[in-house]
Design a protein around this ligand. Structure first.
Ligand SMILES: Cc1ncc(COP(=O)(O)O)c(C=O)c1O
Length: 385
């Protein structure tokens, strides 16, 4: 049997990782400014995380959601404290798509309505409804297509208002990333999120804050949507939540009520996943990682803005993007192959930085130095004829 060939792969095999570095099978060290796609929040193989998972593994790894799992309650408690959403409720699942799927479904159960507003360049996952609210026709199979999704331009208050005025009675929820990741690091403006909040209040719709990539402290606040100063009704989470252990979840405002059987999953909230997620929150707290994300992020943003050649430096905390003009089109590839630095991309020409929230100023400098050297190199090389 061979693998189903869906991923365009770099020819690199990573065999070891620690903090913000990974090593390949030949012993070559790489700086990880990509965080394994925004997943590594507290640093690769953080010792506290490893120990908590190992200790849990020796006790019990899994039992189904038919029994009491105190670790789930501990996780809910800690998440409430750190996120400041103490009166919310937690439902645990396994991935970002599943979190969004459950959020959209819960919203519809709550208000009995069918339509969802999503935005241009949104990415919310690859399962049925999550992919239907994703603005990329290439990954939406015919079976996922639905007339229940309305796409509106991102950050366009007038279009949003008009849509609610026309169809408010049918709109169940609005789903939005606080900072679009796959779409190229586009920040939802505070005013736009405030407008979503007030329209959802007025029309009895549910505001869903997709925090799968921009959440868990990456923006310098626990949820990037918090920058707008208004609460969402549901926050969806995954990626950084387990630091690489697959775990996702949604937190739900108190006015949304549960009934038995409403949502469910076999693996979600298992003992091992909870131990990993608790370890992440403990390290975020102990090592003050929200502050580090903000400070190191601000440093990177200001230094990047001074670099000539790259354009439109943007982001918040350690979620940063910039445009790469045509003459530097090999920049990302060369950062990886020559300078041994992983970065993320967003098509067609954006480099995304999504490093561990433990990134130090020294590591930020290491990246900046390599970036400047490579830009200088590429600008000297005459374009191939
Ligand atoms: C904003 C956002 N939502 C949802 C998802 C889907 O998460 P997963 O791949 O864990 O299903 C992603 C993944 O990149 C994402 O960036």
């Amino acid at each position: 049997m061979t693998l189903f060939d869906v991923y365009p792969l770099n020819n690199i095999t990573i065999t070891k990782a620690s903090g913000s570095y990974v090593w390949d099978d030949k012993g070559t060290k790489y700086l990880d400014m990509y965080g394994g796609h925004a997943v590594i929040s507290i640093g690769h193989t953080h010792p506290h995380w490893v120990k908590r998972i190992e200790d849990q593994l020796e006790q019990i790894a899994f039992y189904s959601n038919s029994i009491i799992i105190p670790l789930q309650q501990q996780l809910a408690q800690k998440l409430g404290e750190i996120s400041g959403k103490e009166d919310f409720h937690l439902f645990l699942c396994n991935s970002g798509a599943e979190a969004n799927e459950n959020a959209l479904k819960l919203a519809s159960f709550h208000n009995g309505k069918k339509k969802v507003i999503a935005f241009s360049k949104a990415f919310h996952g690859r399962t049925s409804l999550a992919v239907a609210v994703t603005d990329n026709p290439k990954i939406v199979a015919p079976v996922n297509q639905t007339e229940n999704v309305i796409f509106l331009p991102f950050n366009n208050e007038a279009a949003l208002e008009q849509c609610f005025a026309d169809q408010g009675n049918e709109i169940s929820s609005v789903i939005i990333e606080g900072i679009q990741g796959v779409g190229g690091i586009n920040i939802a403006s505070d005013r736009f999120l405030q407008k979503i909040r007030s329209l959802c209040n007025h029309y009895n719709a549910v505001y869903i804050a997709d925090s799968v990539q921009c959440g868990y402290g990456r923006s310098g606040l626990f949820f990037s949507h918090d920058h707008a100063g208004v609460p969402a009704d549901i926050y969806t989470m995954a990626k950084g939540m387990g630091n690489g252990f697959p775990v996702g979840g949604i937190i739900i405002a108190p006015h949304l009520k549960a009934f038995h059987g409403m949502l469910g999953t076999t693996f979600g909230g298992n003992h091992l996943a909870c131990a990993a997620a608790l370890a992440v929150l403990e390290v975020i707290e102990q090592e003050n990682l929200l502050t580090n994300a903000e400070q190191t992020g601000n440093y990177l943003l200001s230094k990047l803005s001074e670099i000539e050649g790259i354009e439109n430096v943007r982001g918040r905390g350690l979620m940063i993007g910039f445009d790469v003009p045509e003459d530097l089109k090999d920049l990302r590839k060369n950062l990886l192959n020559k300078h041994k630095i992983f970065t993320g991309e967003a098509k067609p020409n954006v480099i995304r930085l999504l490093p561990s929230l433990t990134l130090t100023m020294g590591q930020a400098d290491e990246f900046l130095k390599a970036l400047q050297a490579e830009i200088a190199f590429l600008k000297q090389v005459p374009a191939a004829v």
